[in-house]
Design a protein around this ligand. Structure first.
Ligand SMILES: Nc1ncnc2c1ncn2[C@@H]1O[C@H](COP(=O)(O)OP(=O)(O)OP(=O)(O)O)[C@@H](O)[C@H]1O
Ligand SMILES: [Mg+2]
Length: 242
């Protein structure tokens, strides 16, 4: 596989049995994701976006076809291998943030550091504060999620996703639960982090306003890629392709 490609799907199919009928959430998806790019998969509700992310992020197995990540066919992994891959190599960002309500902002990040095996309490705290600064939350480290706005909670979730220095970050509707302006700021933050850290970012959305920040837009409709748009004006595009 071309070394510039970090994720490749080959004839990816995921279907669900529904009584007598079979629903095809993905129906033959072939995509390449370039190392270091910000790829946005755009499509209407029901297009198969979450299903595709779940295949790439190691949450679920395809019915047919392959997902190759860094040369490994993760569709052939057993359950334990797939869990390890998901835990160690993939950073997740969700629409509803999925941060722990009873933990302060820094503790949410700290918990992820602990999962990574970091034990020293003061190091956990200082690294958490550093990561929160990176996402623009300096001074708000001690707040609980309920004391943060939606956009700020998403920033905590993004800081948490950065903890493991993942190979890829997958984001499922990262702006879906935010107002327009806040959503734009989050898309901008994701793009900036993607360029600074060089982490490959795959976001799925039905929100067209996020696409201006992406290097490429892959249009998904009824389980198939309809077209791929390159965004030569986007920052980072040249870095990825030259
Ligand atoms: N576990 C399941 N069992 C049966 N059908 C499913 C299952 N998961 C997804 N589907 C179906 O597969 C199709 C794609 O679902 P998916 O969740 O990937 O869409 P999506 O593009 O993420 O939509 P949304 O924008 O609403 O989140 C839908 O028709 C959905 O009903
Ligand atoms: Mg979805």
């Amino acid at each position: 596989m071309n070394d510039d490609i970090i994720v490749q799907t080959k004839d990816l199919v995921r279907s669900f049995e529904f009584g007598e009928t079979e629903v095809f959430a993905l129906n033959g998806v072939d995509i390449d994701i370039y190392r270091g790019e910000f790829a946005c998969i755009l499509g209407p509700s029901g297009a198969g976006k979450t299903t595709l992310l779940n295949m790439i992020g190691g949450i679920d197995y395809p019915s047919k076809g392959e997902v190759i990540v860094d040369g490994d066919n993760i569709s052939e992994y057993n359950k334990d291998e797939l869990n390890d891959y998901r835990r160690d190599s993939v950073g997740w960002v969700f629409q509803f943030f999925n941060i722990v309500a009873s933990l302060r902002a820094w503790e949410n990040v700290g918990l992820a550091l602990e999962f990574q095996g970091l034990k020293d309490k003061s190091e956990i705290k200082s690294r958490s504060f550093d990561l929160l600064k990176k996402v623009g939350l300096e001074g708000k480290e001690l707040r609980f999620p309920s004391q943060l706005s939606g956009g700020e909670q998403q920033r905590v979730a993004i800081a948490r996703a950065l903890v493991k220095k993942p190979k890829i970050i997958v984001a499922d509707e990262p702006t879906g639960n935010l107002d327009f302006v806040t959503g734009q700021k989050i898309a901008e933050l994701i793009r900036d982090l993607n360029k600074q850290e060089g982490t490959t970012l795959i976001a799925v959305s039905h929100d067209i306003s996020i696409t201006q920040y992406a290097d490429r837009v892959l249009h998904l409709k009824m389980g198939k890629i309809e077209k791929i748009e390159e965004q030569p004006d986007s920052i980072g595009y040249k870095k990825v392709r030259e």
